[in-house]
Design a protein around this ligand. Sequence first.
Ligand SMILES: Nc1ncnc2c1ncn2[C@@H]1O[C@H](COP(=O)(O)OP(=O)(O)OP(=O)(O)O)[C@@H](O)[C@H]1O
Ligand SMILES: [Mg+2]
Length: 588
Amino acid sequence: MKELSYLNKYLVKYKGRLLLGTLFIIVSNIFKVLMPEILKDATNSVKIVLDNITSYTSEDITSIAIKLGFLFMLFALLNGIFLFLTRQTIIIMSRLIEYDLKNEIYDKYQRLSMSFYKRNNTGDLMNRISEDVGKVRMYLGPAIMYTINVAVLIVMVVSFMIKISPLLTLYVLIPLPLMSILVYKVSSLINKKSEVTQVQQSKLSTFVQETFSGIRVLKAYNREAFFKNEFDKESRNYKMASLSLAKTNALFIPVIVSLIGLCTVITVYFGGLKSINGELSIGEILQFIFYINMLTWPIASIGWVTSLIQRAAASQKRVNEFLQENPEITDKKNSVAFESGNIIFNNVYFTYSNTNTEALKNVSFEIEKGKTLAITGKTGSGKSTLANLICRLFDVNTGEVSINGMNVKSIQKKSLRTNIGYVPQEVFLFSDTIANNIAFGNKSSEPNNQEVESSAKKAAVYDNIIEFENGFDTVIGERGITLSGGQKQRISIARAIINNPEILIFDDCLSAVDTKTEEAILSNLKEIMNNKTSIIISHRISSIKHADYIIVLDKGLISEKGTHAELINNKEYYSTTFEKQLLEEKMN
Ligand SMILES: Nc1ncnc2c1ncn2[C@@H]1O[C@H](COP(=O)(O)OP(=O)(O)OP(=O)(O)O)[C@@H](O)[C@H]1O
Ligand SMILES: [Mg+2]
């Protein structure tokens, strides 16, 4: 329950609905408990009429029957109407809170740092915002509603029963707690089994999803039969789990029905004895039986509700874990707005905390404002890591990254990132139109056709785009057109430059284009990069040889530093790679 107390703020927010719902529950139960009272009157009237049949005309009997029948129907109707209103208030309240909670979690997700995403997998993030919130909603809606309902109903029904016969009430109520415990046991078992089923179900769907996303590789490697077998195996496991669940489910109703039967038998037996002694009327016994039936489901539901609450608490615990995470990268109190200037790395060390990989060691360099720095080096040498540190996707461990003399940690995160045009190494485009994907980088994020087109031109992808039937409105992604690797990279460049940012970072973003396109893009970019500080990361020396400075990284350390002309004489990684690449080009 401690975990669920987090939700109290929402219950307070919607207290109006909660109170109204409680009121509706009380009113609907008043009509409900009055119904057996009418039945008692009806039964007793029948007995009176039968005993004194000569003194009643058929009109008398009809009018009694109509009066009682009408009252019964009226109460049933009112009970129904208020039950409807109860659901309309409390269940809707739970939906509203579900909506708020999902928004809160999503908002939190967006603010958490990259390292959080490295620690937690996507499936887990998705589960907590969908399935776990769903289970929490079961507490906020049904569980709260049934709990109030049981409390109100027990108080009302039991006081009516005691009024009729305290002793009989005692006899009948003894089996009910037993029932509640049994239901609790059975529902816990059901929950456990349905969790197993769910896990198996999500395994199955992950498997299918992977099959489809990797369908090309799957077909190319002739792995259809193997995958079919694997699917069979997973599918069989799912079947076993659901069959076991179905068996336990089948146990549920018989358990309750037999207990109701037991209570009814007790009532008839002891009530019968009392009736023979003249202590109770037949109508009262009937009324009693109705009350028992009225109580059984709600009392049974205590067990069910308990297990709902337990599950909700477990889910809320998982949700709270994420809600209580603090974003590691935040704005400092006195953070300032971005100002362009020299970028300086001063003895920077960086280790990925999740794997303890030392990605950068003692890295120092300076890029003057408006100049271009190129970074090359073997794969895994720390180039992308270096780029991430400038955008503050991660923070350095020791040392300092500064722009215009200001530590990046003291620059407002938002202002820093809007002023950096970053083309990440792994291109990610949204399942949306090309225009929207490019406009995504815009400050106002309002697609302005002219800006979108001009940045597409600069990224040398304009001609490709207008060849598509729908041009810039072409939808890309799963249900849209599939772009080539090079097209994606250039759209990603267009997205980064649309904002005309002060700092440009291109992380290996020309790897998928041929040398001719590369040259075209580079000469276009020269115009954009004019007066902008840029960082170009590439394995291809031809992309970077014109840069003002070049550094070569090796296992996180700077191994070479200088201009193309200087490095070419070094006879180290840079010059040997350059020669190799020249040779390759000639052979092509
Ligand atoms: N998110 C991460 N968590 C843990 N380790 C990481 C992470 N990203 C990179 N690494 C590790 O840090 C080191 C540097 O990686 P980085 O991506 O910076 O290399 P790179 O020079 O960009 O390589 P490439 O040329 O292949 O893109 C590598 O050893 C890599 O395994
Ligand atoms: Mg990289």
